[in-house]
Design a binder for this molecule. Sequence first.
Ligand SMILES: [Zn+2]
Length: 284
Amino acid sequence: MKYDKLSKDTESIREVFNISVPALGHIPTQGQPCLLCGRRDFLLLNTFVLNDQRFHTVRCIHDGMMWLEPQPTEQFYQTLYTTYYHSTGPDDPLLEQATLNVHANVEERRHIVQLRVAQIEQFSQTGRLLEVGFGNGFLLEAAAARGWQVVGLELDQDCVKRMTDQDIPAYCCNLLEYPGEAEPFDVIAMYSVIEHVLDPAAYLNKTFSLLKTGGILVLRLPDTEAEGPPASLIAHVYHFNAHTIMVLLRRCGFEVLQIDNFSLWKPQRYPGALWNMNVISRKS
Ligand SMILES: [Zn+2]
């Protein structure tokens, strides 16, 4: 299917799903301008209905930035990540896309974090590492075991407790709320985070302020094709590709060192697939 004009004809747009999740209730939303150019000139790519509310994935006609339109509010996501996200199962149709790593088997998750730590060590000497949105905490455990001084941030109190029970420093807050001193970290890692937040530029600016000069930022996020993601779910607010994340990183002062496609996700319920990319940047 081609999306070569600004379509108002929603009948031609693929509907990914139409489901109800009573626990979420009514979802307060607001329309958003493009993250990169600030305009609202977009194509409709696909759509889904959640609790009788319609959402679209859209793409800016000027620069290719893609996002969820309209977007739920901060309060909605606060509730989602503190009470729902880490305790739901892989069969949840709402979060199938997001639960891949959270609910993969333990052996596989332990293997993935070893690969991630090895990649980090290609770009940085062992030092101080902050992981934002650490989830199961396996990366913090693996990095600490290799001599890194680690700190973790997570919104789910149970995830935080699991770390502090092991004397791994962890805080129940988002990155923007983190009160740490300026420039203490050699590495900041955010796996499957930046596509979830309402203000990715604020997150990148904050990581810039928390990194030492020359420090490394590691992002993992979907590399979304121009026709949009195969399953556009409520948890993904922005849909980047290699071009759009590079534009944003450079705008926030980072030098992009490497982008690689790290893993392929094939949803069970929807056609198509989605590459995930690891993006390594340096505070110049
Ligand atoms: Zn734009």
